[in-house]
Design a protein around this ligand. Sequence first.
Ligand code: ADP
Length: 495
Amino acid sequence: MNIRGVAAELAPFAKAGGLADMTRALPVEWQKFGHNPIVFLPKYQNIDVDYWGFRRTDKQINVPMNYWTEHGTLWEGKIPDTDVPVYLIENADYFDRYGIYGNPNEFEDNYRRFTFFSRAVFDAAFALDFKPDIIHAHDYHTALALAFLKSHYIHEERFKYTAGVYTIHNLAYQGKFAPEAVLPLINIPLDEYYSGSWFEHHGSVNLMKTGIMFADKITTVSPTYANEIKTEYYGEGLHDILRHRAADLIGILNGVYYEEWSPENDSNLKIKYDFHNLASKRINKTYFLEEKGVAKDDNPSLPLFGIVSRLAEQKGIDIMMGILEPLIAENKIRFALLGSGEQRYVDYFNYLAAKYPGRALIHIGYDNAQSHRLIAASDFLMMPSRFEPCGLTQMYALRYGTIPIVHQVGGLADTVFEYNYDEQQGNGFTFYHYSGSDFNYAISRALGIYMNEPHWTQIRQNAMKADYSATRTAAEYLKVFGWALEKVRGVNGIF
Ligand code: ADP
């Protein structure tokens, strides 16, 4: 299968969250299965093209926008350590600026940047003579690619039998824009047919809805989230639309790219470890504490509770703020955070750092190597997200023998299971009601198992044994691609 991926993020070149991890892991796996994926990404300013070995090609692409044409240049490279081709689309006006989506607020012309990118990949297919079986778009940024496929390119021989698959990584970010801004750019008239169309939702252009409606098949990143988003509570206003397309909506659990996220071959760690030598995990903790300036004799056996996260309301920081300080003040836990995001949260964590030196270890910023070290060093990982489409960090933690404490929601509910002392089964601690007190109770259960043998070893071994590899995820996507192709080719007469 020729699979063309189009997304706003791709690890390790441009990453803001889990989207980037998945847009890398999936094509790598598909190629191992013998398929032919290629991936497109905007040429953002912060991508170090020399370091990653990208080469500027002489291929120019012409992108129709409204009644004029805009231009881009293709750069060619590979996902590191693989043979998966990556094409960067260069356009200085749109992408030669700091940040993927904004800095710090969303860029005002994001609708235009991503319209350009979503359409550029069609001309790029001609330039590269690539005939896709599947166009795989991710989140609102590239949803328009599916609208273009079904409206503007459906009659082209190259795309006539191409199926469009849309993956929702997070329904909360919908891409709502003024119709007067978007519709002319994409050559769709703003007339009496606009209202109630696949572009419109409550008066605005809603690109998330556009992706959902134009896709042949829709996936989202965990089975539980696929069910949740059909309800009013989690549906972010689009639950009716998702119910309407329920027969084509499939939840596929994200997976881990274990080439990057395994403690036995993680070059970010001072000491590698695995299932059989948990003692070396402890050495990682010692190094980490030392690196953070914690004195050697400052209660080294305090359990370390870590978090690596965007600091956004979704991530449950509010309920965490309700309970965290007493746990630190009463010397029950040591806390380590790596994160960036909303200022009110940054201020709170800086306050903790100042008040509890050596006990609240706060790193505001984005740092991939640190994220590996923090997860390896921690005894527990906190993830009290209010909602969580899938979440990758808890799956990384499991692999590193770091016990997750999670709100039982979305992908967290599909991957973390409460430890049971009698059966000695389970890999973490979960709470059902989104409240500080329930979170606190889960933490107290976690504290009860810490160094309580044989359970402490058992739960960590259970965690490390869990296999959430991206290979399985990629295989499930291939099934969905097959169904999408059947649909298109049945209708268009190839079968
Ligand atoms: P989301 O996509 O909602 O942010 P996920 O758990 O799916 O949440 O993925 C987050 C990804 O981003 C993980 O790979 C995590 O390690 C990484 N990450 C989040 N914050 C940081 C940070 N401050 N520094 C480094 N990596 C981070």
